[in-house]
Every structure is written in structure tokens, then in C-alpha cells.
Design a protein around this ligand. Structure first.
Ligand SMILES: [Zn+2]
Length: 277
């Protein structure tokens, strides 16, 4: 069977992206998930392809993968059509496509999944994390992202917004994927009303052992609690040593997500050139 040797979400995403790049070249974004799912899977898996992708009235969930209710073989992906953000729906579709490729044989009844960007606050299973990893790497291929922003390059929210438009994803999903490819020390902090909800650091930052100064409260100098500072320079504003991190100066860039009442702070620790390892 094609793909039977593939195991993990990164490998599956790389395989699908290789097929797409061979067919459509490097300038193929944003990926049409519906086309890929319904046109590629009948060729790869004629016995149980994805035969329908459609919006539906789903109560309390954002996306489901289920055996196609109209026929004996095949699968259907349905998304909650009341979700207002098309970009969040796209991530959900990628997530369900990931469940199909990775998990359908062991879960013949399929999956019912909540909002993947909100549920980051909840502890989720390995299966859900793998479907997220597939979705991120399928929609925002690391190799293509590295062509847009080199791993050692300093970046800002303008560039990350440009990339979010390229891939048709939310800025939050875009920053998280950039943190996975950068060699710089950087961190995303998501807060609400001055309280930190969660944070995620780049690999280089984790290895450097730097921790948030206070794990729950946004520092009082931060852009995240000073809405009158929203017209700050695109390159961010420098914050004094000890504000976010002990013994580290920080440059902060911030964007407020009105729809979900979040504040995203992108923190950079190094401003000069980074020597690649
Ligand atoms: Zn799921």
C-alpha cells in the first residue's frame, strides 16, 4: 500500500507536499485542502478515499472525520460552518485530514474534534497533537517557510502576517510554526487581561534554559498591558532586563486578537546576527 512505510505526521506531511510540489511547483499556496483530500486520496487509497468535505451544523465541535454516511466505503470530513474564521476552519480541515492519513485504521468510527487553537489550553492526547503537527506541516511546509524566512533571520509581525496570508492560516498558527524552524531565541506568549494563558518557545530558546520571569503575570512594561502603545515600530520595542526574563533584554511585538480576546506577544532575545551551529 502506498504510504504504508510512513509513520509520523511530519513524514506524511512531507510526502503530500512532495506530491504537490512535483505537480504544481513552489508557488502553489495557499493549499486547497478540499481538492487535495478529495483528489489525492482516491489515487492513493482507492478502497477508502475521502469522498466528501463539507460544512455542517456540528454541535459543540469544530470538525469530524467519519465514515461517509452516504455510501459503504470512503470517509467524510465535516466542519462546523458557524465558525467565523475561514483560516481556523482550514487548520481544522488539515487536522481531520491528518486523522485520516494517520489514524483511521485504528479508529474506524472516526473523530470529533474541538477548536485546535483554543484547546491548546487543555491537555490533549498524542493523537490530537499528531493531527495538529500534520496540519501545521501540510499547510505551512517547513522547507517553504525556510525559503520565506531563513532560520537565522530576525523577523517581525509584518513578515509573519505576510506568511500567514501566503498559507491561509491564522497569525497564531503562523508564529507557532515559525518557532519550530527558527534558530533564534524567541517565544510566543498568549495572554488575556494581563494574565499569561500559555507560552511556547523556540528550540534554541528552550536549550538556553531561559524561563519566564513570572509564569502567570504579564510584566507591567509589556505592550500586552499597554494598549495605548499599539502604534509601536514594526521592529518592536525593547524592554529592560528583568521585565520578561532574568538578565535578558527583550524586544516585544504585540498583536491583539479581538475575536478571541487574546493578546499575542512575540518576544525576541537576540537582535544581532545568530551564528548557525
Ligand atoms: Zn482531532
Amino acid at each position: 500500500m502506498i504510504g504504508s512505510e510512513l509513520k509520523g505526521p511530519q513524514e506524511w506531511a512531507a510526502f503530500v507536499n512532495h506530491v504537490l510540489e512535483t505537480a504544481f511547483g513552489e508557488e502553489r499556496f495557499p493549499v486547497s485542502i478540499v481538492d487535495v483530500a478529495t483528489m489525492l486520496t482516491p489515487r492513493l487509497f482507492p478502497e477508502d478515499p475521502i469522498s466528501i468535505v463539507q460544512g455542517a451544523n456540528l454541535d459543540g465541535v469544530d470538525g469530524i472525520l467519519v465514515p461517509d454516511p452516504r455510501q459503504k466505503k470512503g470517509w467524510g470530513i465535516f466542519f462546523n460552518s458557524s465558525v467565523p474564521s475561514r483560516r481556523r476552519i482550514r487548520f481544522t480541515l488539515g487536522h481531520e485530514f491528518g486523522h485520516y492519513l494517520l489514524h483511521r485504521h485504528r479508529h474506524p468510527d472516526g473523530f470529533r474534534c474541538g477548536d485546535r487553537e483554543i484547546s491548546i489550553l487543555e491537555k490533549t492526547s498524542r493523537i490530537e497533537e499528531d493531527a495538529d503537527t500534520f496540519s501545521a506541516n501540510f499547510l505551512m511546509p517547513p522547507a517553504d517557510l525556510q525559503r520565506q524566512i531563513a532560520p537565522e533571520e530576525f523577523t517581525n509581525l509584518s513578515m509573519l502576517s505576510f506568511c500567514a496570508d501566503r498559507y491561509g492560516v491564522s497569525l497564531q498558527a503562523m508564529i507557532r510554526q515559525w518557532l519550530r524552524i527558527t534558530r533564534r531565541r524567541a517565544m510566543l506568549v498568549v495572554s488575556r487581561d494581563g494574565r499569561i494563558l500559555w507560552s511556547e518557545a523556540s528550540e534554541t530558546m528552550r536549550q538556553s534554559g531561559v524561563r519566564l520571569q513570572n509564569s502567570r503575570v504579564v510584566p507591567e512594561q509589556s505592550l500586552a498591558v499597554n494598549p495605548d502603545l499599539t502604534n509601536y515600530p514594526r521592529e518592536g520595542i525593547p524592554l529592560p532586563t528583568g521585565s520578561w526574563f532574568n538578565e535578558e533584554e527583550t524586544v516585544e511585538m504585540m498583536v491583539a486578537s479581538e475575536q478571541y480576546h487574546f493578546t499575542l506577544s512575540l518576544l525576541h532575545l537576540d537582535l544581532g546576527d545568530v551564528v548557525a551551529p
